[in-house]
Design a protein around this ligand. Structure first.
Ligand code: FES
Length: 177
């Protein structure tokens, strides 16, 4: 069931559109921000709230690769595997993550810290290879720099885990495929 915060935030988005269903991607973002991913139950709840079918909501959720239909780690690494990054060594980064973190594409580390997912061109081809880590673009990467970034994120995750949960931020304006 959608909680009060989710319902209120989704309602505010829906009010801005002529049709409630137009707020579907906003609703998915809102629920994912609260819960970390979109379960089948959440798909059904969003569908009921926006007068859609679960299949319609699922189609939107699975179209956008920043909506997660399975649980993910605290930090999500989107590794670009399009042509420029492929030529410039994304495979080397992928092999490095397998060796150091024990994860391949689609996997989450055993401690729940990192999930590795593929993504298409991030628009930083002239600075390939590029990744997006928790929504931040990182370019000109090599294994040592990637390790340093992951250490920073692991430290931030453990700081966040030891602090009281902050109020939910405003919905992100991104619309990404
Ligand atoms: S191909 Fe990776 S950023 Fe364009």
């Amino acid at each position: 069931m959608l909680n009060e915060t989710e319902q209120r935030e989704i309602e505010a988005e829906a009010a801005a559109y002529p049709h409630r269903r137009s707020a579907c991607i906003d609703a998915l973002n809102i629920v994912q921000r609260q819960r970390g991913w979109i379960s089948d139950e959440s798909v059904k709840d969003i569908a009921a709230f926006l007068a859609m079918t679960p299949a319609e909501v699922d189609a939107v959720a699975t179209f956008y690769n920043l909506i997660y239909r399975r649980p993910v780690g605290r930090t999500v690494i989107h590794l670009c595997d399009s042509i420029s990054c492929w030529v410039m060594g994304c495979g080397q980064l992928c092999a490095h993550l397998r060796r150091t973190q024990g994860i391949g594409m689609g996997d989450t580390t055993a401690d729940g810290q990192f999930t590795l997912l593929p993504i298409q061109c991030l628009g930083a081809c002239d600075h390939a290879p590029a990744v997006m880590i928790d929504g931040e673009l990182q370019a000109d990467l090599d294994p040592p720099r990637l390790d340093a970034l992951l250490r920073e994120h692991a430290a931030k995750n453990s700081r966040d885990a030891s602090e009281p949960r902050a109020p939910s931020p405003e919905p992100s304006p991104w619309r990404s495929h």
